[in-house]
Every structure is written in C-alpha cells, then in structure tokens.
Design a protein around this ligand. Structure first.
Ligand code: 13P
Length: 251
C-alpha cells in the first residue's frame, strides 16, 4: 500500500517571518491521518520552518539542489547541506526550473542520484506543455523525462522516489487536468516505471498530481487508483486551503 503524500511547493514566496506565520497557522489545523505531509519553502526560510516543525507531522523539503557535495560552485546548495539541516525531500526538475533556468533531464538525473546518496527523497517533476498536449505527445514527453531523468537507478533506489506529474498548462492557471486525464497519464507513468524497474518497485513509487490543486478538487483526484497525492503550489500558501487539502480524508 502506498501512503498518500501531500506536499506544498511555496516557490519564491515567504520570508522567514512570513513562513513563521504560515506554519504557526497551519500546524493546529492538521488532523491526524495516515498520510505524509511536507512543505518546500525557499532556501532562506528552511531553517525557520525546520525549527518550527521539529517533533510535528510536517516534514520539510527544498525546491532544488546541485549535485556536487561541495566545491567552488557559487550560489549553489548541496544535498549534504540539505540533509545536515534536517530536510527530508527535495523537488527536482520542476517545469519552472526547466523553463527559466535551463534544467534538463541530464541535470535532473545527476541531482536525483546525488539526493539518493544522501538519503534525501527526490520529488521528480515531469509534465507536458500545452503545445505538446495539443500535438498529442503527452505520454511520449513524460516517458522520455522519466527514462532520462531516472537513468541508471537501481529498482530499490527507484522505489524510494516520489514522482510529480504536473502538466505545465495546469500550473498556476486555475485549469486542472480532470481526475480522469490525470489518472490516464499517471497510470501510464507507472507502466513506464514498471517496464524500467519492475512491477514491485513501480508499485511502491508514489506519484503525485500537481497543477491548480484546491480543496474542492482534491477528493476526486485522490479517488483515482494511481494518484497517490498532490504537489500543491498557490493553495499551499494559505494555511486554511492547504490544511483542507491535507485533511481531505476527514472532510
Ligand atoms: P499551482 O498549484 O499554483 O498550480 O502550482 C503547482 C505547482 O507547480 C506545484 O509544484
């Protein structure tokens, strides 16, 4: 059985002071349930959030990482540093990094391997643009991102991953893929993972949906057999909305 997982990607929002307010509002709203929950603040708010969430159900992730352990790489943060701080997860290959910062499947692959080496859990993002969807190549695009981004991993390493299927056209637009459409692509991604790593490992990998997830669409998404959770952007910046999403089983 895969344990559901809801993660908030704060993107480039929330100073440490704002993060403190958000976390203090959020924690009392989270109900006990059989589910993993995490937030991914910007680097500068990680320490504040880690302190406030120690001994709580909330885990913490970063939004990006460099693949070397240390060195002359001005501006970069290593997996060793994230692990040392107390992070559990790290987002890799988000479409915004692919679009604006030159992230490629090759760099995703190096980052995934470096994170796994530090016992951090990568949340690997894949997804098609609107033009690619209209061209009818959604599955092909996701397959290539998975195969190249996860090249060279052993099945037992792959089993620890989290994948997030985030159609680029659904991010921050208010347009959500229908639960059926999301299930179709996510089910296909699981087949690709099974072909590459075997059915057993593929059955353990959690695959999230991301793209305009809100309190009013989480239930139908979670009802799909292959959707194991959500990577939430905008709605994770509001304590009430994020808590409602996390508490989907109780509402
Ligand atoms: P929104 O929930 O704001 O559409 O963002 C999704 C996302 O990019 C999460 O990583």
């Amino acid at each position: 059985m895969r344990r559901p997982f809801i993660a908030g990607n704060w993107k480039m929002y929330k100073t440490p002071a704002e993060a403190k307010t958000l976390i203090s509002q959020l924690l009392p709203l989270l109900k006990k349930a059989d589910i993993d929950v995490a937030v991914c603040p910007p680097f500068t708010s990680l320490e504040t959030v880690l302190k406030l969430t120690a001994d709580t159900v909330l885990r913490v992730g970063a939004q990006d990482v460099f693949w070397e352990e240390e060195g002359a790489y001005t501006g970069e943060i290593s997996p060793v540093m994230l692990f040392d701080m107390g992070c559990t997860y790290c987002i890799v290959g988000h479409s915004e990094r692919r679009q604006y910062f030159g992230e490629t499947d090759t760099s995703v692959n190096k980052k995934v391997k470096a994170l796994l080496k530090q016992k951090l859990i990568p949340i690997v993002c894949v997804g098609e643009t609107l033009a690619q969807r209209e061209e009818g190549i959604t599955k092909e695009v996701c397959r290539l991102q998975i195969e190249q981004g996860l090249a060279g991993l052993k099945p037992e390493e792959a089993a620890r991953l989290v994948i997030a299927y985030e159609p680029v056209w659904a991010i921050g637009t208010g347009k959500t893929a229908s639960a059926g459409d999301a299930q179709e692509v996510i089910g296909y991604i699981r087949e690709v993972l099974a072909a590459r790593f075997g059915k057993e490992s593929a059955g353990q990998i959690r695959i999230l949906y991301g793209g305009s997830v809100k309190p009013d669409n989480i239930q139908e998404l979670m009802a799909e057999p292959d959707i194991d959770g959500a990577l939430v952007g905008g709605a994770s910046l509001k304590a009430k909305d994020f808590a409602e999403i996390v508490n989907y089983k109780n509402s």
